[in-house]
Design a protein around this ligand. Structure first.
Ligand SMILES: C[S@@+](CC[C@H](N)C(=O)[O-])C[C@H]1O[C@@H](n2cnc3c(N)ncnc32)[C@H](O)[C@@H]1O
Length: 320
């Protein structure tokens, strides 16, 4: 696409692609300003990056979705001297920064999960409410699709994915039913899979019966939890002393991983019954700035219902 041609997602509404959650809180904790450099590990529609740029900071951004990159590069073209964006998975951010010759950072932001644009675009295959190809890859250039996962995984693997990533109590029943049905006719469409799951398990309340299965399949397709674990292990080393790491998550599993990673790096002394005395924690390099996760205000949830489940945790790099 020529650089000056707007992508299909560009409209006059800055939030048509995605409305950033907890915008004021992100700015408050990251304290962007001239001379500071940040990594936005999940560029998406560019909303958070824009806030950092508007405060005068430099932003290096990445996203594994080329549609997001096209959209955000166009939206942020006015900040070109202080902004650059790369197509990469955030699990590889360190290699990307090294290659680009970028040193330590004043802050790192990751707002993990999917964007509204991805969720609402039927052809991306994330949605059970709109029919589309069973894809769900954030990076459409790599990896196996949701259809490949659903049609090729053995029943044990399928059950594990639904149980572990979707916390789906009927995982075994659904996995067995999927395996029996696909032998006759493989799954290729989101609408077909959603309707099939709804026929296997009853609806409880307002939630669609396929909600947790779709979440689980998406997490597996995009290897979301391993990517997050690798990112969390590497991120603190890339902060200057006083630099801040801000993580926004939307699922309890991810928030637990962030909480545990922050706890591991912010504990100064370790003690075990078999040790004669406590020992210094070699991983100690962070100070917690949020003991409890920061959540969206009622006003924000009213404007942006997707912010309801957002949890922000922030930690600061100490002198090593
Ligand atoms: C919730 S959106 C981010 C929205 C963004 N903060 C904004 O203000 O518009 C999440 C974005 O992160 C991207 N993403 C998720 N996991 C990723 C990963 N492991 N590596 C790179 N990008 C990822 C998705 O493609 C999506 O565009």
């Amino acid at each position: 696409m020529p650089e000056d041609e707007p992508p299909v997602s560009a409209t006059n509404d800055p939030f048509s692609y995605h409305r950033p959650v907890l915008p004021a809180e992100v700015v408050q904790y990251l304290a962007p300003g001239p001379g500071k450099i940040f990594l936005d590990a999940t560029l998406g529609g560019g909303g958070h990056s824009e806030l950092l740029l508007q405060a005068g900071a430099q932003v290096i951004a990445l996203d594994q979705d080329t549609e997001a990159l096209e959209h955000a590069r166009h939206r942020l073209r006015g900040h070109a001297t202080r902004f650059c964006a790369f197509h990469a998975n955030f699990r590889d951010f360190a290699a990307m920064l090294e290659e680009a010759g970028i040193g330590k950072l004043d802050g790192i932001l990751a707002d993990i999960g999917v964007s509204s644009w991805q969720l609402d675009s039927a052809e991306r295959g994330f949605s059970f409410s709109q029919d589309g190809p069973l894809d769900m890859r954030m990076n459409q250039q790599a990896g196996r699709t949701a259809a490949e996962l659903v049609n090729d995984s053995d029943v044990v693997e399928l059950e594990r994915i639904l149980r572990e990533y979707g916390e789906e109590r009927q995982a075994r029943r659904i996995a067995r039913a999927i395996v029996a049905r696909r032998a006759e006719r493989p799954f290729t469409r989101t609408g077909d899979l959603a309707a099939f799951i709804a026929g296997v398990v009853p609806r409880h309340g307002k939630t669609h019966p396929a909600t947790q299965c779709f979440q689980a399949i998406r997490i597996a397709v995009n290897e979301e939890l391993t990517a997050l674990a690798e990112f969390l292990a590497a991120a603190p080393r890339w902060l200057k002393p006083g630099g801040r790491l801000a993580l926004i998550s939307f699922h309890s599993m991810e928030d637990r991983m962030v909480k545990q990673a922050f706890a591991r790096c912010s504990t100064e002394w370790l003690d075990r019954p078999e040790w004669p005395e406590p020992r210094r924690n070699p991983e100690h390099c962070l100070r917690l700035l949020t003991r409890k996760p920061v959540e969206a205000s009622e006003e924000e949830v009213k404007i942006n219902p997707r912010s309801r489940s957002a949890k922000l945790r922030v930690a600061e790099r100490i002198e090593a």
